[in-house]
Design a protein around this ligand. Structure first.
Ligand SMILES: C[S@@+](CC[C@H](N)C(=O)[O-])C[C@H]1O[C@@H](n2cnc3c(N)ncnc32)[C@H](O)[C@@H]1O
Length: 308
C-alpha cells in the first residue's frame, strides 16, 4: 500500500493509488471525501485471479463469452446466476465492510452512487442501509446487454415460447447518502453536500439515463472488461457534487473511467485499484478518456435533456 495522501483542495486534478480499497479506506482522513461514484466487482468472483486467467484464455468460467450478435462481437459478461449461498455470504460481508469503512471517511450529506446488477443489488443495498446510509433512490441506466432472454438450455425447440429470465435492458445504480447535519441548506453551507447538482437551474437531476456500452475509441483507450462509458459517468459525477466543490472517490476504479469523467467535468477525484495491470491501464487511460469531447461519446441521452 502506498502512503496515504490527499488532494490539496486548492490544486484540483486527481490522484490514483495502487492499493486495496479496504486498506486505503481504513487509513483515510475522516470526513475528507464528498461523493463516491463507483462500479465495484458485482459478484466478487469475476475479479479473482483464477477467473481473470480464464477470461484471458477465452475459457469462460464466471465470464460468459457471448456469441456474435447482429454481426458485432460482444465483450464477455460475468454471470451472476452461478453464485452459490457461500458466495452470497461473501458478497454481503464485502459490502458491509465497505459501507462501514466508508461511512467515517465521508462528510455529512455525501452521496454514494454504486453500480450493481438486478440479481445481486440486494447484497449491496442492505449492508449500506445497515451501516447507517439513507437510500435515496436508484439511477436506472437504460442499456441493452446480452444478459438473459434465452430459451431453456438444450430444449430450445421443445419450449420455443419460453424465456428463462428477462432480457436485461437496464442497470441499477444504488443512490445512498450519509445523513446530513441539520437541514439540507445547513449541510450545503457547511459541507457543500446534501443535494445533487442540477443539469441546469431549471432542470432537476433525473434518475434515468440512456447510455450504450462504451465502444470504439473509448474501448480502444481503456480495454477493461467492465468499462463504463463516459456518457454515463460524466452526468453522474457532475450530479454527485451539488456545488461543484469537493473530492469524488472511486475505490474500485478499474481503468479510471470515473476519474476521467471527473477531470472532464473539472472536478477533483481520487481513484484506487488493487490489480496492477488495471492500475497501469488507468494511468494511461485517464488523461485520454478525459479529453474525449462530449459530442464524440456515442449512444447517449443525458438525464438532463431527457423528456419523460
Ligand atoms: C467492475 S470493475 C470497475 C471498472 C471501471 N468502472 C471501468 O470503467 O474501468 C471493478 C474493479 O475493482 C477492482 N477491485 C476488486 N477488488 C478490489 C479491492 N479490494 N480494492 C481495489 N480494487 C479492487 C478490480 O480489479 C476491478 O478492476
Amino acid at each position: 500500500m502506498q502512503p496515504r495522501r490527499m488532494l490539496d483542495p486548492g490544486l484540483g486534478g486527481y490522484e490514483t493509488f495502487h492499493a486495496d480499497a479496504f486498506e486505503w479506506l481504513s487509513h483515510a482522513d475522516p470526513r475528507s471525501i464528498h461523493a463516491v461514484v463507483t462500479d465495484p466487482p458485482y459478484g466478487l468472483l469475476e475479479y479473482q485471479p483464477k477467473e481473470l486467467a480464464k477470461l484471458k484464455a477465452g475459457r469462460g468460467g464466471v465470464w460468459r463469452l457471448p456469441p456474435s450478435f447482429d454481426g458485432a462481437r460482444r465483450s464477455p459478461l460475468p454471470r451472476f446466476t452461478v453464485l452459490k449461498p457461500g458466495d452470497h455470504a461473501r458478497l454481503r460481508a464485502f459490502f458491509s465492510r465497505f459501507a462501514e469503512l466508508l461511512m467515517p471517511v465521508l462528510v455529512p450529506g455525501a452521496h454514494v452512487f454504486i453500480a450493481t446488477n438486478p440479481l445481486v443489488s440486494h447484497f449491496v443495498y442492505e449492508p449500506f442501509i445497515a451501516a447507517g446510509f439513507e437510500k435515496r433512490g436508484e439511477i436506472i441506466r437504460v442499456v441493452k446487454t446480452l444478459r438473459g432472454g434465452d430459451r431453456p438450455k438444450n430444449a430450445h425447440d421443445e419450449f420455443p415460447e419460453v424465456t428463462v429470465m428477462p432480457r436485461s435492458c437496464w442497470e441499477p445504480w444504488g443512490l445512498f447518502r450519509k445523513p446530513c447535519e441539520g437541514r439540507v441548506q445547513d449541510n450545503l453551507r457547511t459541507w457543500k453536500t446534501g443535494g445533487l447538482r442540477r443539469p441546469s437551474t431549471h432542470e432537476p437531476f433525473r434518475d434515468l439515463i440512456r447510455a450504450s456500452p462504451a465502444r470504439g475509441e473509448e474501448r480502444r483507450i481503456a480495454p477493461h472488461p467492465s468499462l463504463k462509458p463516459q456518457a454515463l459517468l460524466r452526468p453522474l459525477v457532475r450530479a454527485s457534487l451539488p456545488l461543484g466543490e469537493g473530492v469524488i472517490l472511486d475505490p474500485f476504479m478499474g481503468s479510471g473511467s470515473t476519474i476521467a469523467a471527473a477531470c472532464a467535468c473539472g472536478l477533483q477525484a481520487v481513484g484506487i485499484e488493487a490489480n496492477a495491470d488495471y492500475f497501469r491501464l488507468a494511468q494511461r487511460a485517464i488523461p485520454l478518456l478525459a479529453e474525449l469531447p462530449d459530442q464524440r461519446l456515442a449512444g447517449t441521452r443525458h438525464a438532463g435533456s431527457e423528456r419523460l
